[in-house]
Structure formats: C-alpha cells, structure tokens
Write a protein that binds this ligand. Structure first.
Ligand SMILES: Cc1ncc(COP(=O)(O)O)c(C=O)c1O
Length: 442
C-alpha cells in the first residue's frame, strides 16, 4: 500500500467532528499545528480517523522511538498489565524497576556506579535533577541556556528559555536560575566560525555570569541539552561541551545533561552527549525511553544521589507497565534501532542537504541521526527568519501526507520513529521538496 495515502479533504468528516468536541472540552493551551486525529499506527505510518495514511516524522514529539505499537513493546506491556498495573516503586519493590535501573546504569555515559530515580515525564525528570543537585551540593543556584527547553512545571519552567509564551503569566517562577547563551553556530552572536572559536560564547558564562552575578561556589548545577530540541535542533560544536565540562569540574558544579529529547538513540548514539565525548554527572531522560508509555529517569553518579528516604518520590514514577515497555525498548534500540537512526539519519541528511541546493528558503540543515532541523530564512545573507513560510511548509507537507513539527522560531524538525527506512526517508525528502517549492512560489 502506498504511503502516504490521502483519501479525503483534510480534515475529513470524522476528524472534523472530534476537533469540534475538543474545542469546547480540552485545554486551549495545546498547540495543534494541523488537524491530525489519530486512529492507529504501525512503525512510522499513522492512520487518521477517516482512513488517511501519513508518514510520521514527528513521532508524538520525538517519543515513539521503536515506532508505533512495536509488537515486542506491546507484548511486554500486555504481559505486565496482566500481572499488575501498579504497586508504587517508592514504597514497594518489583523486579522490572530494579532491572531497568541496572540496565540504565550500564547504558548511561556516567563514570562509575550509577543510581536512577523514576518519574513520569521530562519535566519531572528535570525537577528531580535540580532537587538532587541542590541537595547534594548544598548550593542554591542553577544555570541553564537561552533557547533551552526543560519542561513546564514551575522548577523546569524556570530553566526553560525557549519561547516567552511558555513563561508569560506564570511568574514568579522558581528563583535562583541564570541563563547563558547556547552555541548556536548558524547565528553566532560573536560572528565566529565553529572550527576556530574555542566556544567563545561560553565567555559570558565564565567571565561575566560567574564573576558579576553569581559566585561559582554557590552554583549547584548547569543544565544543558546536548543538542537543543525545542530551540530548533541546534547542534553545538564539540568544544562547547568540552569547555563546559572543564568549567563545571573546576568549580565543583554538577553537569546535568537533559537528554529528554536527544536521548535513547534519536541522535544515532544512545545519548547525544556521546557525540561530544563528555561525561555528565546527572542525565535526565523521558520521551523515547518507553516508546510512548510515560516514564522519566534521572540518573546520576551514585555518590551524587545521597538524599535520604522521604527526600523525593513519586507515586506513579517508574510504573511497572512503563518499566516493562522501557526494557523492551532498550533491547530494540541496542539490537538495531540506534544503528538504524545513524544510517537512515545520514541518508536523510544527505537528501535534505541536496534540497538546500535547490531551495533558497533553506538556510541551514543540521542534526545528528534522526534528529534533524531545517532552518528556513527569507534571505541567506541576512538570515531573516522565515516564520510564516515555515508554518506554511508544515501545512503543505501535512496536506501531502507527511507529519512534521516546527522547532524554534523558524525551523522544521524531523524526529521520526527510529524504525524509519531509507525509502520512507526518500518519501519525506520528496514531499518536503514539493512543499517548499510551493511555498517559494515555484
Ligand atoms: C529537552 C527537553 N526536556 C524536557 C522536556 C519536557 O518533557 P515533558 O513534556 O515530558 O515534561 C522536553 C519536552 O519537549 C524536552 O524536549
């Protein structure tokens, strides 16, 4: 069966009915870019309630790592659901939670013994990371980066500096957070080139923030996305993470890698920080870890996780069904899918870079593995952001049967399930080619 396969005008009649009900009953804070109403999915293909079939390069915001309803993950979920659904791992024991902590400890790029705290989402995983860093260091301050996204609960939101609308109306946020510039080399604020700059964008953090605003011996942790996600799939140069690691080590500051979006194979390595050869002290994950079941993990060096019983916990965190899904997910990622993300991601990247030769609207194509951003600009010289054009491309690919999301102010993001095939990658490139051409008025 050909994919995509669009049979009705979009949205179709069934989708229209559901969207009308949603309009009055569901929170208006959700940002639906286009009217896709899910009925079922398999691998990287999703079907809507009117029988239209789409190629999914959004994966529920970079979540369905093993594809939609992978049989091995579904089997693990069903088996566990038949035994017990919940027993709160904070008050009782069950094997899958221990097994997952052991496996995750082996997997995560942290030196020496590792312990894991379980929650339900990315924001919660980052809340745990801040609390852990403060508790262990007995220091109050946290540093994060402009363009970063760490979640929407009050602590995580205080570190998020992605879009003002996400913070507007919610102040006061958690105090004690400072932000420094991230290494966005396409828009280097210093006008430098990544191969010769020595991550000079960190000068602000080192020479101004830590000198004029906050004393380094009062900073508990620096939280950083190895590759920025919501900020526009921004890949910093290696020296950015190297220098940040050296600086945090020098001052006894904990380095917290937020791998919620970039982790679990998405970047073509199990964790994106592995591309930079740096070992953080704390790593948070969620999204892809359990293929779509809610689960967050905050892992740290064992000596950092020195909080006592009662200091932090979550009723649902590390739910047994989610743990079973995570164990099945990790098995699939290890066996084939991380490798597939690297290979098919490379192929997709080549195809997209070739598109840039034909479409002046494409300013930059960047990413690692199947975490790829395409930044659209009105003029390659001035790099004026093509915000409306980006939004129009998102709509135009949807009409043609491809699901993508925006990221940052003017980038498209491709974050497909890691089961994507080269043929599906070629389909995505073909549809983007047509859609960008349409928006360029060609
Ligand atoms: C890097 C990063 N951290 C944290 C979060 C928050 O995760 P959640 O929406 O599961 O709370 C996100 C979500 O997009 C993210 O991309």
């Amino acid at each position: 069966m050909p994919i995509p396969d669009i049979r009705t005008p979009l949205p179709g009649p069934n989708a229209q009915r559901l969207i009308a009900r949603d309009k009055t009953a569901v929170s208006p804070s959700y940002t639906r870019a286009y009217p896709f109403v899910m009925a079922r999915g398999e691998g990287a293909v999703v079907e809507d309630v009117d029988g239209n079939r789409f190629l999914d390069c959004a994966a529920g915001i970079a979540v369905n790592s093993t594809g939609h309803s992978h049989p091995a993950v579904v089997k693990a979920i069903v088996e566990q659901a038949g035994k017990f659904l919940h027993m709160s791992g904070t008050d009782f024991y069950y094997e899958d939670q221990v097994e997952l902590a052991e496996q995750f400890g082996q997997l995560v790029p942290i030196d020496g013994p590792v312990r894991s705290f379980f929650s339900n989402s990315g924001a919660e995983a980052n809340e745990a990371a801040i609390k852990m860093a403060r508790y262990h260091s007995k220091r109050p301050y946290i540093i994060a980066f402009l363009g970063g996204f760490h979640g929407r609960t009050m602590g995580a939101l205080a570190m998020t500096a992605s879009k003002a609308v996400q913070r507007r109306g919610f102040a006061p946020l958690m105090p004690g957070v400072y932000h420094a510039p991230y290494a966005n080399c396409y828009r280097c604020p210093l006008g430098l080139k990544p191969d010769s700059c020595a991550a000079d964008c960190l000068n602000f953090l080192e020479d101004e923030l830590l000198v004029q605003l906050v004393s380094p011996d009062e900073v508990a942790g620096v939280m950083v996305e190895p590759i920025q996600g919501e900020g526009g799939y921004v890949v910093p140069p290696p020296q950015f993470h190297e220098r940040l690691r050296a600086l945090t080590k020098q001052h006894g500051i904990l380095l917290i890698a937020d791998e919620v979006q970039s982790g679990m194979g998405r970047s073509g390595k199990m964790f994106a920080i592995e591309h930079f050869g740096v070992q953080p002290d704390i790593v948070s994950v969620a999204k892809g870890i359990a293929s779509g079941m809610p689960l967050g993990i905050t892992a740290s060096r064992a000596d950092v996780m020195d909080w006592p019983p009662g200091a932090h916990a979550s009723t649902f965190g590390g739910n047994p069904v989610s743990c079973a899904a995570a164990l099945a997910t990790i098995k699939l990622l290890r066996e084939t899918l991380v490798k597939n993300a690297a290979e098919v991601g490379g192929h997709l990247m080549e195809g997209l870079k070739a598109l840039a030769d034909r479409h002046p609207l494409i300013g930059d194509v960047r990413g690692r593995g199947l975490m790829i951003g395409i930044e659209l600009v009105r003029d390659r010289q001035t790099k004026e952001r093509a915000v409306e054009e980006r939004n129009a491309v998102v709509q135009a690919v949807f009409r043609r049967g491809l699901l993508v999301l925006g990221a940052g102010r003017n980038a498209l993001r491709l974050s497909p399930p890691l089961v994507l095939t080269k043929e599906q990658a070629d389909t995505a490139v073909r549809i983007l080619d047509e859609a960008i051409g349409e928006v360029e008025g060609k």
